[in-house]
Design a binder for this molecule. Sequence first.
Ligand code: BES
Ligand code: ZN
Length: 843
Amino acid sequence: MANLTHFYQTFQPAHYTVALNIDRGAKTIAGTTTIQGHASQAQIAVHQKYLHIASVTAAGQAVAFDVDDQAEAIRISLPKAGEVTLQIEYTAPLTDSMMGIYPSYYQVDGQRKELIGTQFETTAARQAFPCVDEPEAKATFSLAIKYDEQPGETIIANMPEDHVAAGVHYFQETVKMSTYLVAFAFGELQSKQTTTASGVQIGVFATKAHRPESLDFALEIAKQSIEFYEDFYQTPYPLPHSWQLALPDFSAGAMENWGLVTYREAYLIVDPANTSLDTKQRVATVIAHELAHQWFGDLVTMKWWDDLWLNESFANMMEYVAVDALHPEWHIWEVFQTDEAAAALQRDAIDGVQAVHVAVEDPAEIDSLFDGAIVYAKGARMLVMVRALIGDDALRQGLKAYFAAHQYGNATGDDLWAALGQAAGIDVGAIMRGWLTQPGYPVLTAKVVDGHLQVQQAQFFLGSGQDAKRQWQIPLQANFDAPQLLTTATIDLGDYAQLRQQAKAPLRLNVGNQTHALVQYDDTLLQDILAHRDSLNAIDQLQLLQDLRLLAESRRVRYADVVPLLTSFAATTSNIVNAALYRLANDLKKFVTPQTPQEAQLQAFYARLSDRNLHRLGWQPQADEANDDALSRPYVLNAALYAQNAQAIADAHRLFAQYRNRWENLPAAIRSLVLASEIRHHNTMAVFKQLLQAYQDTSDAGYKQDLCAALTGTRQPEQITMLIQGFKVAELIKPQDLRAWFRGVLANPAGQQAAWDWLRAEWPWLEATVGGDMEFTTYITVIAGIFHTPQRLAEFKAFFTPKLNTPGLTREITMDTKVITSRVDLIEAEQAAVTAAITAAAN
Ligand code: BES
Ligand code: ZN
């Protein structure tokens, strides 16, 4: 890797005037960018990508320049160092890349329409205008945009419009900010607006393909989030407005552009008449995430991309802190446990995983280093651990100082630890360093040895792992008399009988599951916990199941010993216990071959697990039911359908008929199950085609997801062929949604061969279409999540091993080969015992 110098070292922009003329018809952009700044030397460089540079002047005089596409640069020779005003004229194509300035496509009443938007993080601002495209190069921006404007169109940007002259929209000058946060959009937009208590204009914008009421939920959450953060951070929101915009084509999930946050439609638009609670929770956490960034990320920005984790893990924690304050009745931290904790524990256990903090020089590497389970989920768990250690008061006080010290500037992870440590009187950095710079996490083994209670730490691996003797400073969160932190490999906590008597409860470590670690109890301790199962709250139970699942996957405990424990959780009324229970049950599917007596036994076991809650909850969501019931129902119904429960299948069929031709009105929480059951049990070509057409016609992202889930479950070869033929048709399946389709068909035993053949044949196309995207490597992750036979493992290796040296793919291929290998080994070693245990538990 070349040792790059940052362009900011030689040239420090202070103000940009970006004038753009965008022609959608001709698909071209023409621009004039003026940059006032300070050149530290006569030879400077600014970034560009895919721009055709026509001229460069300094102080009105043409200067020599050289376009270096390899370095994404324009190298400029100034007459001398010092203050300078550069003016650069250029043109660029408008392409469907979902990066830089790009079109989104959608339909209203069958008419095809286009909306222009932007996505600049990490390094695509340089595709829109020449700039020093580095987070540290903060400057002010004045945008002036002209486009082939039609009546009824609206344009919005980071700041309010100042005036329009000769068709040019001039926007107010921004505050000092990083280039990757500049944004604008135009097209036929609708909006809903309101104002916060402190006078910030809040707005939600979307295309007119959506009903106006479907913007209301987001508006309320956005307003409340801004108000929450102004209070929590003790720092005012510094811009006049906070716009939220849903874009039909969007490669990430959402993007925190300052004052103009962009979202996938699925994460902003909520039909008030028919949206499931978990979808509302997701939308709320996404909005809260992006708005947390308005301070942490936008006001204070990481100095360099190596601290991107800091931005993202912080926002990932704050989305739960904020939503918990807005909707305490949701118990949103429970979702943190089933989503973030589970994702981090799974991924971080594979040898070869990256650490949260990774040194990176070349920003192009950032995207390939972007492992969501680590950067977001593990990172957020790190901060949750810090918050548990220092408490909310110190957190808020530390943050306030951090914002005051670094606002409109940049900071590093160490700056944050210093501010929090100062507020809390603890050396936070010393505790956190090991967690951030080392990959992986520890398993705590608790056992009674010669009457003494001993706790030991060692790195936890799923699959083979090189024991590097890593150690962590581990918050023990014990309910026994024990130190706060485990800082050594082992600790003797003393006489077990005595400790047990004092505590009056079974030993528990990592109470609340906020430490990024697993606990493996010896048999005595585990039996003690299970004997007092009733005193465990929902998070404790989820944690127990989650830890057992991972311990079984790693072969530290035998799956066959875990199976009989599941029945005792089947009567739970907690949605997160159901989530953990059925996640574990789902992991048993790999041990049975479809359509064999073994599968029949597993189905019978599913029936045993789900029967009671099935009768309690039924299909129909009730108006006043507990959130836990609403959220549990899909898990339970899904289990009953897998169990081939005749009544459940008949009920689904009846609901399908009842809602014929208006299936989008099926209650959203059960919609995908009704559709999937129909496709599975009553599939006809006519129904299949109708649902496929509905997918194309609807603008409801949730309904689209449900249709995708149902259609990909078909067992008919002809229909599978139809689906696969649609994979490359962007008018049917948007590239942003393709992965879900691919996963659905690959996970379907009747479609797996065809999907796998498709991927191998179309790899070059996929690389060309989504190769620049962070999603690209996750296609490999998806495959590794599904394959579990020696034959598929061999095919996986045959196809991907030759690609090991492809930039950005090395780590993913190495890790995923390990993931499939360990699964194949696990099945081979334990299949007989597990199927026997299933049979015993089912009857
Ligand atoms: N800043 C990110 C999006 C991003 C990250 C774009 C890195 C380009 C490079 C944004 O704040 C974000 O985290 N989006 C998430 C959704 C979020 C709610 C978890 C995403 O896109 O997945
Ligand atoms: Zn983010």
